[in-house]
Each structure stands twice: as structure tokens, then as C-alpha cells.
Design a protein around this ligand. Sequence first.
Ligand code: ADP
Length: 490
Amino acid sequence: MRKSLHIKLVLIMVLLIVSLMVVVGAFLMNSVTGYYINDFYQQIADAFGPDNVDFVRNLETATQEEEDGAEMVETVLSAYAGILGVDRRNRNFFVLDGATGRCLGGSAPAPEAGVTVTPNISEALLGRPGFDSSVTADYMDAAIPITRGGESYIVYILDSRETARQLNASMFSLILEALALGLIISVLLSFLLAKTMVDPIQRLTDGIEEVARGDFSRKLEVTSGDEIGQLTESFNTMAQRLEATIDELEKAEQERKDFVANVSHELRTPLTNIRSYAETLDDGVGDLPGEMEHKFLGVILNESDRMAHILQDLLTLSRFDSGRSELHLAWFPFAQAVDDTYQAILMDAQNHAHTVELAMPDDLPQVRADRERIMQVMMNIVSNAIKYTPDGGRIVISAGRAGERVWMEVDDNGIGIPQGDRDRIFERFYRVDKARSRQSGGTGLGLSIAQEIMLRHQGALYLVDKEDPGLTICMELPVAGPGEEAAHEG
Ligand code: ADP
């Protein structure tokens, strides 16, 4: 890449310089020729103009004793050669016969074949001055008809343009020198330019290669604010996002593996129990006392219930995950749901000698939610309070309204949750004390399901900080149900 960019830049610079020089050269050389032609005609016009009346008078006024008018014209022209710019090398004058165009004399010997009849001479033969020359012709001339002593002559000035040619030639070699110098400078510059462009691109390429190899650690330095700088910045952002996405994917993959391992583990324990009790029953058919057989069968039934329970919870979660579980929204009194929960657990709480208090205002509103699922959440958090509070504990259920939301809080003075575990208890299968949870029939999925349900309602389920021993957990949900809360606020 480095090479090709260098070559491209050098080529661009060379083409630029060459085309610039060609255009400037052509323009300059053309101007020089144009200027030279203009100057020539201006000089001739001035010579025959009002400023040089002497010259014209001398040309046209014949002396009395003169025999050869042409010779006299030539003498006058020779005398005034300076104002005509005649140098007898590149510029000469000729005296032509006004009727035939034949050369009668001049500052240089006339060609053997005579002076070529140019368009200007033809013009003068018709009695009009010939004052025209093309830029491309290799000569320039002027033919001015005059009369002297009744005879008509043509004063013909011919310039070989050699001076212009020489000037152009030296300008051409100057342009060539400038071109050569320009080329050397441009090649050097293009190398410098290519380096400033290629180096950051090379760094970017190295960085991309590293990312391609899976190393995201290196952040590329942004050295300029130009397009390459922007590209480097975008690349850094992209690499960061890619790294975050890969981290997330790895985390999700790890969670999936943990989940499968957890499910297998959770199902294996009841299954092992069922199998060992069934084997014992099978081995001792007829030998075991009826009472023991009954007890063993009870264990088998219990364990299969537990498996069914776990599978049911997993199914619920998988429905939430895949979005197949729909909420059946309907308006119902929130206070009624809280009270129903309270009534439902009262007996269980009394069995554990807990005191349960219920505190809520009379004016709790109706809410729009899936009543069955909300009751499931309420039951889950109140049962947990009963389960994880040693017998004789105190459980307070309170509820209220805060703006457009209602809430229910359950506070217990039980074993609580160690600080380090607080963040994780909503994770699937996470239990602080696995043995205690299993003993009480817990699957470790209850709070995960409860949190999913609350989130689907655009509500929340969270632990409340408290100083006293035990745990306070709070659930809240929008009165108007999911999706409409924003509209109320807006
Ligand atoms: P489980 O079926 O084990 O009760 P949950 O998801 O309902 O599962 O609860 C997860 C874990 O959170 C429990 O295993 C327990 O360790 C902890 N936990 C929940 N509620 C309480 C509480 N009121 N007091 C102390 N620990 C609790």
C-alpha cells in the first residue's frame, strides 16, 4: 500500500507540474509573439503618424533635380531606419514599384526571385496600407503605398521575427529548467506528503490487524483532526464497541452454560432421591413394614412435585425470555390484591408463630395489570419473608401510592441477606443458603420470575436498605399499566 500511494502522489505532482508548465509556457510564448507583432505595427504606424511629419514629407516630396525617385526613397528610409526599427539583419526595408510590386531597392539585397507578394503587398498595390500578420506566420511585414514626384511606390518593411524566435527559444529553455526544478521539488514534496499520509494509515492498518487477531487492548493515538484522524477515532470507537459486544456475548454464553449446569444439578437431586427410594421399595417388596412403604412413597411424590415445580418455573422463565408470555391486563383494586395475599399466608405465618402486620391507606386506586401474575409476585416475596425468618418473627406488609405508581413493601426481621449477595439474589438459581432453600421447597427461581413480571409491567422489584436485621423488599408498578405511564407523565 505504501508504495502505490507514494507512486500515485508522485504521478499526480508530476502531471500537475508538467501541465502547469505547458499551459504557462504556451501562454507566455504566445504573448511574446503577440507583443512583438503589436510592437512592430505600432512602430510602423508611429513612423508614418503625425509625430513624424518630416519623415513622411521627405518620403513623398521629390526634389527638383532628382532622377531616380526610388533611390531617393531608399535614402530617406536609410536615414530614418532608426524609427522603423530596421537593423538590416532581422528587419529590412524595400522600395517596391507601386504598380508592379517589383523591388527597386532596399536595406538588403532583394531575393533573386524578387520580393514575395504577400497579402499586405497586394493590399498596397490596391492603394491601401497592408498592416496585418498572423501569429503563426514565420515573418511579419507592412506595406505602405506612397507617391513621390507623380510616381507611386510601396515602402515595404519585412521582419523575419528572428528576435521573437530567439526570445521564445531562450524562454523555452528557461521553462524547461523551471520544469526540471519543479519536478525535483514536487517529487521530494510528494514523498514528504505521502509520508504524513501513509504513516497514520499504516498505524491504523496495524491496529486493525491487531483487532483482527482479537487484541482490543491498544487504543490508537489520534494525531490529527483531519479525515484520517476521524477515521482513527471511529476505529477506536468501533473497537471499543466490538470488545463490549464480545464481552457481553461471552458473558451471555457463560450464563447459558451456568444455567444448563444449574438446571441439571437441580433436577439430579430429586431424581436421585426418587430412584434410591424406588429401589429400596423394589428390593423390599413384601418385607417392608406398611408404614415405611407409605413414608417412602410420600418422599417419591414430594420429590416429583419438586421436579414439576422446577420445570414449571423454568417454563415460565423461558416464556418470558422468548416473549411468548402475554400479560392479561385488567383493572382491579390494588388494596384487594394485597389483602388477599395477606389472608392467604396468614395460616402459614401462624404455623411459624410469626406476627404479620398489614398497613395501608384506604384510598389505594385500581390498577391496570395482570392480577394473577402480580399476586404471584406478592405471594413470592411474602412467603420468602416467612421462610427466611426464624419462627416467632415479625413481618410487616405495607402498601401505598407514590404519584402514578403504587407499591407494596414486605419487611421481616429474619436472617436477611449478606451485603455481598444482595446484588445477586435476582439471578436465576441464586440462593444464599442452598440447603435451607431446598429444605423449604425453594427453587431459587422465584425472585427471578418475580422481577421479570415486574419489569414486564414497567414496574420494579428491589431491596430496600435498612439498618435492622432482616430484609425489606419492595415492588412497585404504574397505576395505568405498562406503556401508558409515559403518556400520563408527558
Ligand atoms: P427460593 O426458591 O430459594 O426462595 P427465590 O428466588 O425466591 O428462591 O429467592 C432467592 C434467594 O434469596 C433465596 O434462596 C434466599 O437466599 C434469598 N431470600 C429471598 N427472600 C429472602 C428474605 N426475605 N430473607 C432472606 N433471604 C431471602
